[in-house]
Design a protein. Structure first.
Length: 336
């Protein structure tokens, strides 16, 4: 796994200049209360957009520079090297490999979590309808030996959620074959028979179900998350690390329950993700913990599942206390 450190160095060299703060130099800008954040441009990271648009960072005396990134795997080395202060992204096997290799980052919080709505969840495991109609697949257990589409393949969040579903059915993640597909390609893969099932976010699972191609078979249990907040090691000790987290939590509190679908919030999320409010409202949103607490037990489960499928090359799990720092969520001011 030493090659991960080499990759990190290459990314830092290639992207370091672009990732520097607006005033130049390292992220955080020393004492100027500037925070440079890398985020994947998706509604699941709405607390950041809401906190920014409603002035919560400004009220905390912070200047927050938001930089869109393609993935957490791209941004984690930047945070470890001090070129970004924080990263909001999906977790992957690559994150654990980076941590195991010694990159200095901490998981400090969660982002989107599954809510209690299993009829219209933000993501779901769907099965090709033809297999359900002919009785070949009547439950998740019948997916043994079949092909499952997953964005990012076996080492990504979709595979983790699929692994949870398989374990609930008495199987393991090694009982299926993962096929790497982009989310927009999954409905087509189900229609053509290239895959038998897929774990995919809305609106792509809805499209496959609505056109009669697939049947929804499983949704993640309430509170399950595949995304979160990471701090670079240098930022963890910064005097602005807690105020930044507190403002994020204020954004999350504005998104509790049906409030996430308020016109104001839909407009903010839409502007941040290049969508109209109507487009945002048409897709089920995730929920968010009001204190954005990290979920170390789930992280350990992720690591275990990815180790089983061979997406991680090391043998001994990394203890969560080495890379999870819950103190920021624990010190979020009580809700008024």
């Amino acid at each position: 796994m030493r090659r991960v450190a080499t990759l990190a160095a290459a990314l830092l060299a290639a992207l370091g200049v672009a990732a520097c703060g607006a005033g130049g130099g390292e992220a955080g800008g020393g004492d100027d209360r500037t925070v440079d954040v890398g985020v994947v441009q998706l509604p699941i990271f709405a607390p950041l957009y809401v906190a920014q648009a409603k002035g919560y960072f400004t009220e905390a005396g912070l200047t927050v520079n938001v930089q869109n990134v393609k993935s957490g795997q791209e941004a984690i080395p930047l945070a470890a090297g001090g070129k970004l202060d924080a990263v909001l992204a999906g977790f992957s096997a690559g994150m654990f490999s980076a941590i195991e290799s010694g990159l200095d980052v901490k998981v400090v919080g969660s982002m989107g979590v599954a809510d209690a709505d299993t009829d219209q969840p933000a993501s779901a495991l769907v099965v090709r309808k033809a297999l359900v109609d002919d009785g070949s697949v009547t439950s998740v257990a019948d997916l043994k030996g079949r092909k499952v589409g997953a964005l990012g393949g076996a080492g990504a969040t979709a595979a983790f959620f699929t692994g949870l579903a398989l374990e609930q059915a008495g199987l393991t993640i090694n009982d299926v074959e993962f096929v790497q597909l982009s989310s927009p390609d999954i409905p087509t893969g189900l229609q053509t028979g290239g895959i038998d099932a897929a774990f995919v976010s809305a609106p792509f699972w809805n499209l496959a179900v609505d056109d009669g191609t697939a049947v929804k078979m499983w949704a993640a249990p309430e509170g399950t998350s595949g995304t979160g907040i990471l701090y670079g090691g240098q930022f963890v000790g910064s005097p602005v690390a807690q105020p930044f987290f507190d403002a994020l939590a204020r954004g999350a509190r504005d998104l509790q329950g049906d409030a996430r679908y308020s016109q104001e919030n839909l407009t903010i999320i839409g502007e941040a993700t290049d969508q109209t409010p109507e487009q945002v409202a048409a897709v089920p949103l995730y929920a968010w913990l009001p204190d954005l607490a990290p979920l170390p037990e789930q992280l350990s489960t992720m690591e275990r599942i990815w180790m089983q499928v061979g997406a991680l090359e090391y043998d001994s799990p990394v203890p969560p206390e080495q890379y999870v720092d819950a103190r920021f969520a624990e010190h979020v001011p009580a809700q008024g």
